[in-house]
Design a protein around this ligand. Structure first.
Ligand code: NDP
Length: 399
């Protein structure tokens, strides 16, 4: 019998939903590169219901308990007397979502003597100290591709919201009033702008494809170059350095994982290489950016806008300066946890658990760490080391 600790975000303020806005949940047949959607033997949930909050339990209880395992579900993960720390010493598997991450620091690894696997229900395993996972021989897996396209949609929405000055204009309507000049004095067309993505992996490439019909000039920077056919099809300009990309881009979007190589890649120094009045959209990870440098760049006008849904730590304190900085279009971390995405990653977690308990190999594309090494997708997209430093600040959040 294994103990599984599942850390999920809280239920809605007015209780777990009893009805939903829509009846069906359209899903793609495959992901754009041909990868199949998750293939568990069965699921015990109705796609379209809220699975990512505590009462949704990722639809895992029936499966785990009928196989004799113990499931603990909690949102309590930070600060004194949190449930995660209490349950860790005899937990075999810890599962959490990047939206409400269980920060698996080296200190927690030291306490979790029976830990064998950490599953990210989503994409992005930077909330786990990957160096410690390698040293403790703990497998780390995530549900690759489950929400990449969902995030790309959020990126396009955020770019348009900033460039068109949508949110302040919308606010005129809800607060009462009608000052058109106020709305449009910061409003531009996206058409003909230069848009650059830092990383052209699953999300970055999807963003480039979605933006192509806007007649923008597309740029990318990555550690590996895309196939020539893709560069030609999308008329892409490749940049080997961040500086070269940001010098020409009116809009920059960050789509790389957080790992020691990318932490704080956007800082006071690198922001100086941006065009004055550039927009920056970051739905990848908050810690890719230096928090205070972003605030200063918005205040000075070096950046015309900043949007995204990722913060560090999560949840951020109520006095986090990104809540109140000018010209932002921030949301809580939501882009990858639409009801559509939840159905895919809940099925993906079930697939990973079935493989684990039945001693079958976990798909290579889901693996980040295995047998003490970066493995699978992790070996391609991450670097060794730890990016969880400072996560104890999450305890400062007050509901
Ligand atoms: P992929 O693994 O498909 O793509 C990541 C890309 O980043 C790869 O092309 C990789 O390059 C590139 N990369 C890695 N390090 C660097 C670097 N130092 N400089 C430039 N490029 C680099 O992942 P996804 O596109 O699916 O997701 C990307 C990230 O987005 C996730 O790691 C996660 O942090 C975030 N995310 C956010 C979500 C949200 O809800 N907001 C949901 C899902 C993901 P290469 O492989 O060529 O080395």
């Amino acid at each position: 019998m294994a103990k599984i600790v599942l850390v999920l975000y809280d239920d809605p303020m007015d209780g777990y939903p009893t009805s939903y806005a829509r009846d069906d949940l359209p899903q793609p047949e495959r992901y754009p590169d041909g990868q199949t959607l998750p293939t568990p033997k069965a699921i015990d949930f109705k796609p379209g219901v809220l699975l990512g909050s505590v009462s949704g339990e990722l639809g895992l209880r029936q499966y785990l308990e009928s196989n004799g395992h113990q499931l603990i579900v909690t949102s309590s993960k930070d600060g004194a007397s949190n449930v995660l720390d209490k349950e860790l010493p005899d937990a075999e598997i810890v599962i959490s979502q990047p939206f409400w991450p269980a920060y698996m620091t080296a200190e927690r690894f030291a306490k979790a003597e029976k830990l064998k696997m950490i599953v990210t229900a989503g994409i992005g395993s930077d909330h786990t100290d990957l160096q410690a996972a390698m040293e403790h021989n703990v497998t780390v897996a995530e549900v690759t591709y489950c929400n990449s396209n969902a995030v790309a949609e959020h990126v396009v929405m955020s770019i348009l919201a900033l460039v068109r000055n949508f949110i302040p204009s919308h606010n005129w309507i809800t607060k009462g009033g009608w000052n058109i000049a106020d709305c449009v004095s910061r409003s531009y067309d996206l058409e003909a702008m230069n848009v650059g993505t830092v990383a052209a992996g699953r999300i970055g490439l999807r963003v480039l494809r979605l933006l192509k019909p806007f007649d923008v000039k597309l740029h990318y920077m990555d550690r590996h170059r895309l196939p020539e056919a893709v560069e030609k099809e999308l008329d892409l300009t490749y940049h080997s350095t961040l500086e070269s990309l940001t010098k020409v881009s009116d809009v920059v979007t960050l789509n790389c994982p957080l790992h020691p190589e990318t932490e704080h890649m956007i800082n006071e120094k690198t922001l100086k290489n941006f065009k004055r009045g550039a927009y920056l959209v970051n739905t990848a990870r908050g810690k890719l950016c230096d928090r205070d440098a972003i605030v200063s760049a918005l205040e000075s006008g070096q950046l015309a806008g900043y949007a995204g849904d990722v913060w560090f730590p999560q949840p951020p304190a109520n006095d986090h300066p990104w809540r109140t900085m000018p010209y932002h279009a921030m949301t809580p971390h939501i882009s990858g946890t639409s009801l559509s995405a939840q159905a895919r990653y809940a099925a993906g977690v079930r697939e990973i658990l079935e493989c684990y308990f039945e001693n079958r190999p976990i798909r290579n594309e889901y693996l980040i760490v295995q047998n003490g090494q970066l493995a699978g997708v992790g070996a391609h997209s991450y670097s060794k080391g730890n990016a969880t430093g400072g996560s104890e600040e999450a305890a400062k959040f007050k509901k």
